[in-house]
Every structure is written in structure tokens, then in C-alpha cells.
Ligand binder design. Structure first.
Ligand SMILES: [Zn+2]
Length: 445
């Protein structure tokens, strides 16, 4: 990251430090586990399974005791045919494989430097199978011995629930650098608590505790999943609990009121406000005093631009001054407009419904712009307003009929967080605890 980007991060003023990310495997006693027995399970309740010491018995579907695996990388200019030719695979079989690959994987997409594995029955035996790995999520099996076939497999993704505690010491940038933590976790916390905590005024000594999912492939972390519970102490303790049922999904506080704002504060993550809303300002290109009915967010080219709230695309177009732009109608009252986009998001066109946080385009400098930024405009009943000064209507609370189930889910998350907090404090303050798996799913790219 460049020095300038670093300054952008520091500018945000949100200082979070997740302490040292010590990974501790904990074995739970019965009392802790009994807090989450199956009787009080609702849609949101977490199922606790003790972490087992699982050792993989197969690799790419082959028994590791019966097969030998030789790993390598595709060399420049190598193609499937040449790789197999040097393995003494008869030409007829190569042709058969190429035919059979047609509906599974385009063999012309085999790229230099990607991982390949030769599978054999003994260390210098004939090739049983060739495995090609186009990415971390999937692999292609070209089977040669016994029967000729080609198949694409997705690696199982393991989801673990983890717990992290931290204290604000310094800038977000420093905490990311020091702790190798995903920005998306902090994003999720800020989102979940957006109507409860003003993160622009986070201060030294603020504390937080997060219960969240992390996805793993072969023991390697690949992504942050859902944030299940968040606690933040600034001037008073604030909570956000993730709750999901047939009719409701979202973050709610202890009482069951939604904790996520109806509008995101900014359409770009970790951006810097380069020009504020004003009725008079000096225009840098037109060189005259002109009102600025928007807020400019500077961010690198290509940074995703997010819909600040759900709505329908009312306009999509190109203007000489505005460049590529989009207007979203959110409800009867509010619209938002995003200018100077480099390009539009996938599937974005007039009349399409977008969800909050959906990528609608990418930061650029099309139209009259000195550098990459989004000029973000909000109108209330057709009149431009400064969205940073607007008091938006509070999100809807859960109805009484849904509260009983919510309380059960809330209490299970809270109890879990309390137990983990206790355990992590006694083992190592600000520790990072991996304690269980809940399911395993398959992520398809
Ligand atoms: Zn602007």
C-alpha cells in the first residue's frame, strides 16, 4: 500500500487494534457446551461442535495411503497435450480427454504457474490422474488410468466461529498491518453497529468483542463470513446480535431494535472526504465559485462503489460533467446519485433493484474530475441535502410476535461471547480464539 493510501486510512480516524492475534484452540467443558444445547435452538442459534483433530484421508478424492502425489506448476507454453505426452499417455487417450473436457473445463485456459498434481499408484508408476487447480476453490481431475473422464470439483469450505477482542490504541491501518486482519471484519462491525456507535469518533480506550465466522479451505483462511455478535464500548456498552428467521434478517440490539442504519454513511469503504457539501465553493476545473451539492469521496481507481441503501436504479448514463453516473430511488423521499464512475457494476441498469451495500460501479474520474473520486449526492423530496447532517428515520424494530425467538437467539450469542471472553482473558488478554466449527459448505465462485 502506498504512503498516500496509508494516509487515507489514518484520516478515517477509526483506531482499532485487535491485539496480538494469538490462535488458541480451546477444549470446552460440558457446562460451556450445555449453554447451547439443541432444545433452545432457533434459526439463529449456533450449534457447537468440538473441534476435532481431523486428518484428511483423501486428496483430490484419492486415498492418501494408496496413491502418490507429485506436485508442480504449469510451465510457460505448456498445454494439456504436452504435459500428458511427457507422461507417456497414449495419443488416443489425450484426444479422448480433450473431448470429454469440453463440457467441464476449457483446456485452453490452462495457465502457466498454476498448480498441477500428478497422481500415481506407486512413485514411478503410470499416471493415474492429472489434477489442475485454476484457483483455491476448485480443481479439475483429468483421469487417465482405469477410465478416462474429466470432472470439476469444489473444495469443501469449512466455517469456524471465532472470537476476537480488542482495544483502540492507534489507527486502523496500523492494526491491519500488525495483525494481518481482514478489513471486512471491521467493515461488518461498523455496519452492524452503525446506528448505535459513531465510529468516526472512536477514541483511545474503546473496547470491542466480536463473534464471527471465518471460512477455511484446507486449513487456510480465505474469507470472513457472518458477524454473529458485536460488542462495542465507547461511552456505554452497545450490542448488535445477528438474527435470522423466515421473516427477518439483520442486526438488532439487546431490546430487538435494528442496529444497522437504513443508509450507509459513505458509498466507498475507507475513502477520504475530499470535498464537502456546500452552497458555495471554488470549482477546481471551472475556476469559478459554484455550489457543491454533494460530498466527494476520494479513493483509488477501481474501488467498488456501494449502494448506500436498497432501492431501484432510476437513471444510468453519461454526462459531460458527471461522467458515468447512476441515480437510485430509495423510497418516496430519498434518492442518491453517484458520479464519475470508471465503469458500472454487473447487471446495473435502469429499473433494476439493488440491495444495500451492492456494488453499483467503480471509482473513476470520467466527466469533469481532477482525480479518482465519487461525487455522492442525496436528494430529499427533490432538494439536494447534506447526507452527513440528515437524521434518517430509525430502522424498524422487530415486532412483539418475533421477540420471543429473538431473545433466545440473542441470549445464546451473548452467553457464548461471555464465556469466550472469560476464557480468553484467563489464557491471554486480547487473545484470538478458535473454538469450533459449525458447518461445512461449498462456495462456488
Ligand atoms: Zn462532487
Amino acid at each position: 500500500m502506498s504512503k498516500k493510501d496509508k494516509e487515507l486510512f489514518i484520516d478515517i480516524g477509526v483506531g482499532l487494534l485487535l491485539g496480538t492475534s494469538i490462535i488458541v484452540a480451546l477444549f470446552f467443558n460440558k457446562e460451556v457446551l450445555s449453554l447451547f444445547n439443541s432444545e433452545n435452538k432457533t434459526e439463529s442459534t449456533i450449534e457447537v461442535v468440538l473441534e476435532k483433530n481431523t486428518i484428511n484421508k483423501t486428496k483430490f478424492g484419492f486415498d492418501i495411503k494408496k496413491y502418490f502425489f507429485e506436485e508442480g506448476r504449469v510451465k510457460p507454453n505448456e498445454i494439456l497435450g504436452s504435459i500428458l505426452y511427457w507422461e507417456d499417455v497414449p495419443y488416443s487417450k489425450i484426444e479422448d480427454l480433450v473431448q470429454k473436457a469440453k463440457n467441464v473445463f476449457n483446456v485452453k485456459q490452462i495457465r502457466a504457474n498454476k498448480k498441477i498434481t500428478f497422481v500415481r499408484k506407486d512413485s514411478c508408476g503410470d499416471l493415474q490422474s492429472l489434477i489442475y487447480e485454476p484457483n483455491d476453490l476448485s480443481y479439475i481431475v483429468f483421469n487417465i488410468a482405469d477410465s478416462v473422464y474429466v470432472k470439476k470439483e469444489f473444495r469443501p469450505v469449512e466455517t469456524k466461529v471465532e472470537f476476537a477482542t480488542g482495544e483502540v490504541h492507534t489507527s486502523l491501518w496500523n492494526s491491519m498491518k500488525d495483525n494481518d486482519l481482514s478489513i471486512s471484519l471491521i467493515d461488518k462491525m461498523e455496519d452492524a453497529l452503525s446506528s448505535e456507535v459513531d465510529f468516526y469518533h472512536a477514541k483511545k480506550g474503546d473496547q470491542y468483542k466480536l463473534l464471527f465466522e471465518r471460512k477455511y479451505i484446507d486449513g487456510k483462511p480465505i474469507a470472513i463470513g457472518r458477524l454473529l455478535g458485536a460488542y462495542y464500548y465507547n461511552t456505554a456498552p452497545k450490542f448488535a446480535f445477528f438474527y435470522e428467521s423466515k421473516d427477518y434478517q439483520g442486526y438488532y440490539n439487546y431490546q430487538g431494535q435494528a442496529t444497522k442504519k437504513a443508509f450507509l454513511r459513505a458509498p466507498v469503504r475507507f475513502s477520504r472526504i475530499s470535498s464537502r457539501f456546500s452552497n458555495r465553493r471554488f470549482h477546481p476545473i471551472l475556476h469559478r465559485i459554484k455550489a457543491h451539492y454533494g460530498t466527494d469521496y476520494a479513493a483509488p481507481y477501481g474501488t467498488p462503489i456501494l449502494a448506500v441503501a436498497a432501492g431501484t436504479i432510476a437513471r444510468k448514463g453519461y454526462g459531460k460533467g458527471n461522467g458515468n453516473f447512476i441515480t437510485i430511488r430509495h423510497d418516496k423521499t430519498y434518492t442518491t446519485t453517484y458520479l464519475h464512475m470508471q465503469r458500472f457494476g454487473k447487471g446495473i441498469k435502469k429499473g433494476v433493484h439493488v440491495t444495500q451495500g451492492q456494488v453499483i460501479g467503480y471509482v473513476g474520474s470520467t466527466g469533469l474530475a481532477t482525480g479518482p473520486h465519487v461525487c455522492f449526492r442525496m436528494k430529499k423530496n427533490g432538494v439536494p441535502i447534506n447526507h452527513l447532517k440528515e437524521n434518517f428515520p430509525s430502522p424498524e424494530p422487530l415486532p412483539d410476535s418475533a421477540l420471543t425467538k429473538f431473545y433466545v437467539a440473542r441470549d445464546s450469542i451473548l452467553e457464548l461471547m461471555k464465556s469466550l471472553d472469560y476464557l480468553s482473558d484467563t489464557t491471554n488478554h486480547q487473545s484470538f480464539v478458535i473454538y469450533k466449527k459449525i458447518d461445512s459448505a461449498t462456495v462456488k465462485p
